[in-house]
Write a protein that binds this ligand. Sequence first.
Ligand code: ATP
Ligand code: MG
Length: 228
Amino acid sequence: MRAKRTEPPLMSEVLENLLDGYQVRPDPSPDACEAANLRMGLFTTMRDRGCPTKLAREVSRLKDGHRCESTHALESAMGWRALALGEAHHEVLVLAGQRGRGKSYAAAQVLAQMRPGSGCPRWANARHIGTWLFQRGHDVAVQRHLERISTAKLLVIDDLGWEHMDRGGYAQGAFVGIIDDRIQAELRTILTTNMGEAKFRERYGDALHDRVRGYGLWVDVEPGCSLR
Ligand SMILES: Nc1ncnc2c1ncn2[C@@H]1O[C@H](COP(=O)(O)OP(=O)(O)OP(=O)(O)O)[C@@H](O)[C@H]1O
Ligand SMILES: [Mg+2]
C-alpha cells in the first residue's frame, strides 16, 4: 500500500532544518566594528612605539575581560600628564615602587593618549637602552633607536635600574646625559623604577636627582597589593 502523501514543507521549515545545529551569530553592529577597529589601531600604534605586546594588548582592551582600574600610579600619571602637556617645569615623572603596582601600565596609558604624529612618542626598556649604548657606533639600527629616544616628545623609560652598569660608569653617564638632554630640550620623560629615591641618587648622581626633583614629579607608588 502506498504511503499517504504529505503536504510539502514550508520554506521556513526547510531553512530551520538546514540551520539546525549551527550557531547563527548576528552580524556585529557598525558601532561594534568601528570600536574593534579603533582598538586594533591603538594596539598597532603602541607596538610601533615600542610598548611590549602584553601591555599594548591590555591598554587597547584587546585582552578578554580586561578592565582599567583606578590605581595610585594611574591617577598620578594622568595628573602629571595634564600638567606636563601644558607647562614647562614638569618634564619628568618618576613612578617608583614595588613590583606589580601598575607603574608600567600607567605609563602605557599616558603613551596611548598621545595622538599619532605628536613628536613620535616612544617606549624603551632601560635594559635595552643600556645594551644600545654599548653597541652604538657599530650598528646603524642601534644608532637610529638612540636618536628616536633622544628626540621623542614623550619617552617612557621602563624598569630604570635594571640596566647593566659597567665599572667605568660609561653607560651610567650616557643614561644621565639622555635624561638631562631631554629635560633641557623640554621633552617629556616618564621613568618607572623599583628603586627608592636614595638608591636612585646613589646610582645616577646628585646632579640628575636634583634635576628630576626640580623639573619633575617623583611619585612613591602606594605599596598595596600586586595587581598581577
Ligand atoms: N590600572 C590598572 N587597571 C587594570 N589592571 C592593571 C592596572 N595597573 C596594572 N594592572 C595589571 O597589573 C599588571 C602589572 O602592572 P605593571 O606591569 O604596570 O606593574 P609594575 O608596577 O610596572 O611592576 P614592575 O615593577 O614589576 O615592573 C598589568 O599587566 C595589568 O594586568
Ligand atoms: Mg613595570
